[in-house]
Design a protein around this ligand. Sequence first.
Ligand SMILES: [Cu+2]
Length: 142
Amino acid sequence: MRFTRHTIVAAIVVAGMATPSFASTIVKVVEGGEGGGPMTLTLDQSTVKAGETTFTVHNDAMTEEHEMVLVKLKSADQKIPYIDAKQRIDEKRLKSMGEVSELKPGADGTLKAKLAPGAYLLICNIKGHYEAGMHATLSVTN
Ligand SMILES: [Cu+2]
């Protein structure tokens, strides 16, 4: 077999693409619930190791749009600022690490973030959804 320059370049590209899937932790997030009823935001694991993390988010609702906001807390017992009149979390007073927004019913989205050790909160901050149950905590360890 004769190795051409093209063959070698192709092999390097394939190896480069395969690497992130080993290095990155994947957290599966499922959101669900319809307007007026209970709503959920669940993670397939509540503790992960620090580093590159990919959140795959699925909206399992039939009619309701959801979102997922990743927040880094100062501590696990930090008080979450809530605006009663707006029925939403005050995101300006929290440290957002990014979000998957406007996720239509049945749709999927992803968010990549490099997580340092600490406490994190995942929420859907569409009006009323946090109160209806759409929040989960994630602990990141060394
Ligand atoms: Cu929601």
